[in-house]
Design a protein around this ligand. Sequence first.
Ligand SMILES: [Zn+2]
Length: 363
Amino acid sequence: MEITYPFAKVFVDSTNKLNLFFLHDVEHSTFQQLGDIGTGIVDFCELDFSKLQEKIKALETVEVTNANFDDMKKVYWNAADLLKEKHSYIHFFLKSDLFRNFYNADRSEGEKVSYANFLFQYYINLQAVYAEALEFCLSNEILPEYTLPERYVMFCNLHPNFTQHMLRSMYGIAPIANGRFDTSKLIAFNDPAEVDTRKVLQNIHRDSEHPVSMWQYFAIQSLEEMFYLEFMEMIKRGIRIKRCGLCDRYFVLADKRKRDYCDRIYKGKRTCKQIGAKQKFNQSVEQDSFLQEIQRTYNRMYSRYYRMDAWDGDRQTNKMTEEQFKAWTDMASKARQEYKSGKISGEELLRRISENPECSRSS
Ligand SMILES: [Zn+2]
């Protein structure tokens, strides 16, 4: 299939970063180096779509006419803009998806509106899929008895669609030396006609006289493709995630250093890491017997829900329904959050978890 603007060229190198050229149109592009790999997916899963959903919902009952089409279009653009400062790349790709829809000459105005609706709902649903994928495949605390490859295969059995994604890859000349993308050799220009190709090539190939510095990159056109690429790079590299000791949200473990807290703002201008490090009990999450107990229960529920028949993808024999599991994990997550922020005691945390009927029934 043909690639149309806007799209991104994504160069993956040996570092923990993704190198993205956002090609807005034929003449305009911007470059961004994103890191650490995995942050885009984790941030997506933590995004709050409720405001955006409100905006879209208001349109559901409106009939599309010639007179109100432009106004409706604006609502979708504005809804996408809500995510602008909240995520590194969602805004670009979501707007690209909308752009291709609204400027599609083969669709009627009514079709464009219903596709835009579908698009937003699709991504909101995708959030749940990726949240599950992250936890199932890459969480440090869940399913510790299985290896990473085992977990990935089990996940693919549960979600066969997941293995059928295709990404388009191309070759391009890029400033890459020793497997690393060299951003210092990038040039920014406003007018392609002004680029001195000979000089650019000399600059890129300064270190080598012979081979062409050719690198494979991905031509990424939709948000879903971008999520898939980033997630597969996490799997390939074994990049793990962990729950923050303070805000309880997942964060990416970028390297082997031991970390308990994320870098998100927790209170005022201070991050979880800054506050967490000074907490009174000052002990790591691993040493906290209450949290350990919760984690054991969580893992028991997890195994029970997935029944580990995930190996053959048959979920029918599960004793727990998806709703029950979701209700239980929501409750546990809320209780854990309150405990971590000091709102409830460890005893209270255990009481809440054990009072839940789903949990006491042995598996
Ligand atoms: Zn945190």
